[in-house]
Write a protein that binds this ligand. Structure first.
Ligand SMILES: *Cc1c(COP(=O)(O)O)cnc(C)c1O
Length: 390
């Protein structure tokens, strides 16, 4: 059959995907019956904070539900400008530029900075949007072994002398929870006259003295010229930003196609994010509660002999290896009303399927108890013991 038979193409692709056990399905949640959520990225518990909902409603009433146009036409509202100024202050940078999603921020930044002459060096475990951004630019992307500065150094040394080079890393790795060695990356990029871009999607709001992330105010634009943060995780809303020099931000406004050719973020979302940043500044106890949960989870999971990963962030993966085993654990936990992330290839390397557990300041000690009991039951069942009925 010719490959212009689209129905057949789709069916073949679906069949192969199912056969490899990679088929994924969405679960539809209603407002009232949210499970105990250990799968989301709402690390500070802000997504359901009524103050954010109220700010969002006020923003919509004041400016409209939608921004009506792109930023360069007539969609750039004062609430967007206020948010950009606040994000620049939070991260200790001269300017910040708001994007509608983190995926678009990464696509736009890499596309605007790179072209076919640029060499991009990426950690092997970088987020998909960073890899796709380099591809959009037509740039050659080399991937170094995860967190391996010697490997990065080796790749940089082989780079043609006149090629502009950009090193790109997640700040906190989204599926592993480990924090990049930012100082090491700075040192290595400096030695090879490369620029450094850090995507701190999971560090912002969680790490740093002021919730400014793993780069934030600690490392300035001379060390990390390109900083990306997202707003849909710890800040509980949606969108993302790039923070850096005046020249970088103006460059992105001119040349980042995913910035130029899209409608500006709904003003209510920007207003809600401003409210989230206010809470971030005034309620540091949320970060402290989260850190206490992380310590307690690790202590008790270690006691249970669970396969903990070397992570001290709210992302606590249990690498179970086999995709089917991960699904079994996730289903057993779901039966107890506990949602976790069942992460399989190609999101993670083959043989490293994992239960991705995420902690939040919104969890109570009793929530953690329920999770740990559920995990102990999964483990006991796997060990061939009869599971105690929940
Ligand atoms: C979630 C995530 C993104 C994408 O952000 P969205 O706002 O959800 O599009 C980008 N980078 C990393 C590291 C992420 O974890």
């Amino acid at each position: 059959m010719a490959n212009h038979d689209w129905s057949r193409r789709l069916a073949e692709r679906a069949g192969a995907h199912r056969e490899r056990g990679l088929w994924r399905q969405r679960r539809t949640l209603s407002a009232g019956t949210a499970p105990l959520d250990f799968a989301g990225n709402d690390y500070l518990g802000l997504a359901r904070d009524p103050r954010l909902a109220e700010a969002m409603a006020q923003g919509a009433r004041r400016y409209g539900a939608g921004a009506r146009a792109s930023h360069l036409v007539s969609g750039h509202l004062e609430v967007h400008a206020a948010l950009e100024a606040r994000l620049a202050t939070l991260t200790g940078r001269p300017r910040a530029l708001l994007f509608s999603t983190g995926y678009m921020a990464n696509l736009g930044t890499l596309q605007a900075l790179c072209d076919v002459t640029t060499r991009v060096f990426q950690d092997r475990l970088n987020h998909a949007s960073l890899l796709d951004g380099a591809r959009l630019a037509g740039a050659v992307s080399r991937r170094f072994h995860h967190a391996d500065l010697a490997d990065l150094d080796r790749l940089l040394a082989r780079c043609p002398a006149d090629a502009p080079r950009l090193v790109v890393s997640d700040g906190v790795f989204s599926m592993d929870g480990d924090i990049a060695d930012i100082s090491g990356l700075i040192e290595t990029t400096r030695r090879h006259a490369a620029w450094l871009m850090v995507d701190d999607a999971h560090g912002l709001g969680v790490l740093g003295e002021a919730g400014d992330g793993c780069v934030g105010r600690t490392h300035g634009i001379d060390e990390v010229p390109v900083l990306v943060g997202t707003l849909g995780k710890a800040l509980g809303t949606a969108g993302a930003f790039v923070a850096g020099s005046e020249a970088l931000i103006e460059h992105l406004i001119q040349f980042a196609r995913p910035y130029v050719y899209t409608t500006a973020q709904p003003p209510g979302v920007a207003a809600a994010t401003l409210a989230a940043l206010e809470i971030l500044a005034t309620e540091p106890e949320r970060r402290r509660r989260l850190q206490a949960h992380i310590r307690r989870f690790r202590r008790e999971a270690r006691r249970l002999g669970l396969p903990l990963h070397e992570s001290h962030t709210p992302i606590q993966p249990l690498v179970l290896g086999d995709g089917a085993r991960v699904m079994r654990w996730a289903e057993r936990l779901a039966a107890r009303g506990i949602a976790t992330g069942a992460i399989r290839p190609p999101t993670v390397p083959r043989g490293q399927a994992r239960l991705r557990i995420t902690l939040s300041a919104a969890h109570t000690d009793a929530d953690l108890d329920a999770l740990l009991e559920g995990l102990a039951a999964c483990q006991a069942r796997d060990a061939g013991l009869r599971e105690v009925a929940p």
